[in-house]
Design a protein around this ligand. Structure first.
Ligand SMILES: [Zn+2]
Length: 139
């Protein structure tokens, strides 16, 4: 049973649903065990010690896909904000958001999309009014 949670983007405050499991849990262990037994019985025609390796490979593949799914869905589909990247490198995360918003502005896919609730910003005197304000400046 996949656990799904409703979360809000830290940048645009848009709501979305994400899977909370980052890795293999009890359900995946049981599923991997059942799959390994079925595969071992089908392939070797009896219970075989090599079924343990099938089980381990199944768990490894499951872990990889669960982590990839979590990592891909954590990026906001509305503004492109990546909280994991932001923790490692805020400037690079800001650059990704800027590129995403520029593409969003030019793309017809987002014409009917709801308007983003981006942080308010008023350019100072003499400052050009580009999307540079989306660069999250560190301390
Ligand atoms: Zn967002």
């Amino acid at each position: 049973m996949a656990r799904v949670k409703n979360v809000y983007c830290a940048f645009c405050r848009s709501s979305r649903r994400i899977y909370t499991s980052r890795g293999v849990g009890a359900v995946h262990l049981v599923g991997g065990l059942i799959w390994s037994v079925i595969f071992t019985m089908g392939y070797f025609r009896e219970m075989d010690f090599r079924g343990v390796f099938v089980f381990l490979v199944t768990l490894g593949v499951s872990e990889i896909f669960l982590r990839l799914r979590w990592r891909m869905q954590i990026v906001c589909p509305h503004c492109g904000f990546d909280p994991v990247l932001y923790l490692k490198n805020p400037e690079q995360a800001a650059a990704h958001v800027r590129v995403f918003l520029e593409r969003r502005q030019a793309s017809p896919d987002f014409l009917l999309a709801p308007r983003l609730n981006l942080p308010a910003y008023t350019p100072a005197e003499g400052e050009n009014n580009t999307m540079d304000h989306l660069l999250l400046r560190g301390p």
